[in-house]
Ligand binder design. Structure first.
Ligand code: FAD
Ligand code: DHB
Length: 393
């Protein structure tokens, strides 16, 4: 069996694993990244689109922001739309001039993969980590299955950036890990369409038929979502039905219809909240979706993943270069405070915007929350600050 050695073994080439590798590489700390999927697959996976103010800075500071600065779309507000009327939340006015950047997760991943290959630091695709051992001993080891055969890697630390229900969190003894979970009675059907967006800012919409979100990727590509029942499948949603329903839910007097074009990607995503506690076990550190999941309504998942990586990077540098344990010892607690704030915000946004068909009490509460969010300056300020820069608060 092939044997390798590194300081930090990183499992997963999503935004979390790739960003950690980039930051460590710039600091002269060795790492190897293992990703079970192909390069094409991870670079095409359409997911997040909204990047917080402080996370934009992190990407720039990591030397990975060049294309994002050129192509990313800076937004200063969002719309909350309900009962077919739109209300603008002036994000930048309410949040100390800060803004969000709309730039697809797939683009962030492409930029980081390009930098990794450019630096010559190791990144293996089609390489699945199958076991992690020695987490409470002097050295950890991981087993990796690759097309060329199995590889055994010895390392000082393992970064579990392997997404939901991955091998990293499964390697923590169940007696040491607590999982807190909530599922929601709706999913999101997301599409990417070759159509110039009919809106300049993102629109979060609550309609009696369900949730809708109008987002975008570029001046010629729209990204739209519909709240659907969790048991619905893509077969039940023809292109015609998707556009018709988007038009019904999003229509206002000023914007009677969305702009349509060929649908180039579609998927249905279940909505849930998960927090794994703690985020460290011996030499293993969980970061990103491996540690927690938020429902997508607050656009927090990728931001939270990169926020963890910012902490983990500082902690590993302190330990590896100065033999200072303080930050690795506080890593889990520091992250979890931020994680629970993001869980709260995502839960609030989710529950305010997804009507329940058989619960008029819940629907009354949702409308009251929406009215408060637009009429109370205090409420809209909290929403704006959380939306724009929760990971730096
Ligand atoms: P992932 O991106 O899941 O990466 C984990 C990687 O690990 C994967 O590539 C996986 O293949 C690999 N892996 C798993 N197991 C192994 C193994 N054993 N060996 C090797 N590799 C392994 N977030 C936002 O911030 N803003 C948004 O606007 C937003 N919108 C979203 C919309 C949708 C529809 C969805 C589904 C998500 C959205 N998110 C959003 C969430 C965001 O996409 C995730 O939180 C983000 O991908 C987390 O990054 P990660 O690196 O932690 O995990
Ligand atoms: C997008 C995704 C989200 O979850 C969100 O809240 C806003 C925008 C997007 O994919 O553009």
């Amino acid at each position: 069996m092939k044997e390798l050695r590194t300081q930090v073994a990183i499992i997963g080439a999503g935004p979390a694993g790739l960003m950690l590798g980039q930051l460590l590489q710039r600091e002269g700390i060795d790492s190897i990244i293992f990703e079970r999927r192909s390069r094409e697959y991870v670079e095409r996976r359409v997911r997040a689109g909204v990047i917080e103010h402080g996370i934009v800075q992190l990407i720039n500071d990591a030397g990975a922001g060049e294309r994002m600065q050129r192509e990313g779309l800076v937004h200063h507000g969002i719309e909350l739309r309900f009962d077919n009327v739109s209300h603008r939340i002036a994000l930048s006015d309410l949040a100390d001039g800060k803004s969000i950047t709309v730039y697809g997760q797939a683009e962030v991943v492409k930029d980081l993969v390009g930098l990794r290959y450019g630096s010559g630091a190791p990144l293996y695709f089609d390489a699945e980590v199958t076991a992690i051992e020695g987490l409470t001993s002097d050295e950890a080891t991981i087993q990796v299955s690759t097309p060329e055969g199995d590889v055994r890697v010895s390392c000082q630390y393992v970064a579990g950036c392997d997404g939901t229900f991955g091998v990293a969190s499964r390697s923590i003894p169940t007696s040491e890990l607590r999982r807190h979970e909530r599922t929601y009675p709706y999913s999101w059907l997301g599409i990417l369409a070759e159509a110039a967006p009919a809106t300049e800012e993102l629109i979060y919409c609550r309609h009696q038929n369900g949730f809708a979100l109008y987002s975008l990727r570029s001046p010629s590509v729209s990204r739209l979502y519909l709240g659907v029942r969790p048991d619905e499948t893509l077969d039940e949603w023809s292109d015609e039905r998707i556009w018709a329903e988007l038009n019904v839910r999003l229509a206002t007097e000023e914007m009677p219809s969305v702009s349509q074009g060929p649908i180039i990607e579609r998927s249905i995503t279940a909505m849930r909240s998960i927090v794994n506690e703690p985020m460290r076990y011996g030499r293993l550190f969980l970061a990103g979706d491996a540690a927690h999941i938020v429902p997508p309504t607050g656009a927090k998942g990728m931001n939270l993943a990169l926020g963890d990586v910012r902490e983990l990077f500082s902690a590993l540098v302190a330990k590896i270069t100065h033999n200072d344990d303080r930050l690795i010892d506080s890593y889990s607690q520091t992250c979890l405070e931020r994680v629970w704030r993001a869980e709260e915000f995502s839960y609030y946004m989710t529950q305010m915007l997804h009507p329940l068909f058989d619960d008029e009490f819940e629907n009354g509460v949702q409308r009251a929350r929406l009215r408060q969010a637009i009429t109370s300056r205090e409420a809209s300020t909290v929403l704006a600050r959380n939306y724009v820069d929760l990971n730096s608060l």
